[in-house]
Design a protein around this ligand. Structure first.
Ligand code: VGL
Ligand code: ZN
Length: 196
């Protein structure tokens, strides 16, 4: 769900302005001490931070894994994953190097949460995009990156491609649990362009 406090979400961008979608770059996935640390997560985050600072990006959307304490995907509930990204815990925080009060305000950040429904696994953002989310996805040249490449990035990319078949992927800004196999296969199969 799109966090509606963001009043800049209708800021129009030209199709040449980059709109970077950063998937789940949160403490639990990016920090070696996080609950569901994905190897190389810090490298992906550093590369994303550099791109955001490069001046090439006009707008950023952050997706956040955002689970209630008893989410069905958690092992104590019989799910596959350790308890992670619990709402209002440290684990949901954006990775340290992306939190830059001198930079983010000029990129009109929007936050999109997912996984809040206790009874449903939801890897991808924009599964059933609202009118506002559709407008957001129409904005700029859409480039996707984040963590994990084989789960939430892949699923978010599938959803984004339904609205924006021209979306690209920033490979250096991705870390995958499987080392990149699933995402690479998907990109080859669907001839998705890499952002250079
Ligand atoms: C994710 C596993 C569980 C992800 C989220 O962000 O890729 N993976 N929840
Ligand atoms: Zn999750």
């Amino acid at each position: 769900a799109l966090q509606k406090h963001n009043l800049m979400s209708s800021l129009p961008l030209n199709s040449s302005d980059i709109h970077l979608i950063v998937v789940d770059c949160q403490h639990d996935f990016c920090h070696p001490e996080g609950a569901l640390y994905v190897p190389q997560g810090e490298c992906a985050v550093e590369n994303i931070a550099s791109l955001l600072k490069s001046g090439k990006v006009a707008r950023v959307t952050f997706t956040l894994d955002w689970h209630p304490l008893d989410h069905c995907s958690f092992q104590p509930q019989g799910g596959q994953w350790p308890v992670h990204c619990v709402q209002y815990s440290r684990g949901v925080a954006l990775a340290e190097s992306l939190m830059d009060p001198n930079l983010l305000p000029s990129l009109h950040p929007t936050f999109v949460t997912k996984g809040a429904n206790r009874d449903q696994e939801e890897y991808g953002a924009f599964a059933q995009p609202s009118t506002e989310e559709l407008a957001l996805l129409q904005s700029g040249k859409v480039v996707v990156c984040g963590i994990a490449g084989d789960y939430c990035v892949l699923e978010t990319l599938r959803n984004v491609l339904k609205v924006r078949p021209d979306a690209q992927v920033f490979m250096e800004g991705i870390a995958s649990i499987d080392g990149g196999i699933a995402l690479n296969e998907f990109m080859t199969k669907h001839q998705i362009e890499r952002f250079q």
